[in-house]
Design a protein around this ligand. Structure first.
Ligand code: Z5A
Length: 233
């Protein structure tokens, strides 16, 4: 790291955990690329990861989950398998990186289980809360950015991105009311947990959204850490 850059590891032994959430085609993967560049330019060590997946074991489960074969077993079984993948992701990737003082930026995390498997009231919220408690232990996001976009726009983006001849996956095949219920679920998570979540308007141009995201990360995580560093000499 060059001189004059921030050295946030000096402030806290633990890195910060940021998650990006939202419906189909909201631009999460694109924005994680921008955020990692911006964090690294600010001198902050950061890694990008994703769910389902993010560790060798969880990537194996990703293939099964996105094939749709678990959907036949019902939303409870699906939620349990997403959580099993999450346990491996936390243990093998997230916890070690945070312990090393690295920022971790994940494309989806536990809010996706709440929104997707809990969509349309398919699961008792008490079941989802219990599953989250068992799975996450103490690994909770410091900041969640909810990328919000009209459903039709997100689906059009996802369809345009698909390669010729490539079939939509298990979730892209769901109907419009399902995707509308997802959008509502993410917005209600943000409303219920305003200290953790920030809603980002994802309909703007890529660069505008990237700027809004970096401002949010700076205001919530970086500036307070720098102020703390200055105060403590
Ligand atoms: N799932 C679940 O059910 N339960 C769980 O607990 C978890 C996940 C963790 C993972 O799929 C699926 O698993 C997911 C939920 C479910 N559902 N699906 N499908 P995935 O990992 O394959 O995909 P995804 O997470 O759903 O990603 P996405 O929504 O399809 O895409 P995105 O990452 O949000 O967007 P993108 O790839 O960055 O951008 C999409 C396209 O839009 C692309 O061509 C970009 O160039 C373009 N784009 C991006 N930004 C813009 C702007 N600002 N303007 C115009 N165009 C843009």
């Amino acid at each position: 790291m060059s001189e004059g850059r921030l050295h946030l590891r000096a402030i806290s032994e633990r890195g910060s955990f940021i998650t990006l959430e939202g419906g189909e085609g909201a631009g999460k993967s694109t924005q994680i690329g921008h955020l990692l560049v911006n964090l690294r330019e600010a001198g902050i060590e950061a890694i990008g990861t994703r769910e389902p997946g993010g560790s060798p074991g969880a990537e194996i489960l990703r293939k099964v989950l996105l094939s749709g074969s678990v959907a036949r077993l019902g939303p409870a079984a699906e939620a349990i398998l997403f959580s099993a993948a999450r346990i491996d992701h936390i243990d093998k990737t997230i916890k070690p990186a945070l312990a090393a003082g690295t920022f971790v930026v994940s494309d989806r995390f536990a809010d996706s289980t709440r929104a997707y498997q809990g969509a349309r009231g398919q699961l008792d919220p008490r079941f989802l809360r219990a599953l989250e408690r068992i799975t996450l232990d103490d690994v909770r996001p410091d900041l969640t950015l909810i990328l919000d976009l009209p459903v039709a726009e997100g689906l059009a983006r996802a369809a345009a991105r698909r390669r010729a001849g490539e079939a939509p996956d298990r979730f892209e095949r769901e109907d419009l009311p399902f995707h509308e219920s997802l959008r509502a679920a993410f917005l209600s998570i943000a409303a219920a947990e305003p200290r953790r979540c920030i809603v980002i308007d994802a309909a703007g141009a890529e660069e505008e959204v990237a700027q809004a995201i970096f401002e949010a990360v700076s205001n919530r995580l970086i500036v307070p850490a720098v102020v703390k560093q200055v105060r403590h000499g």
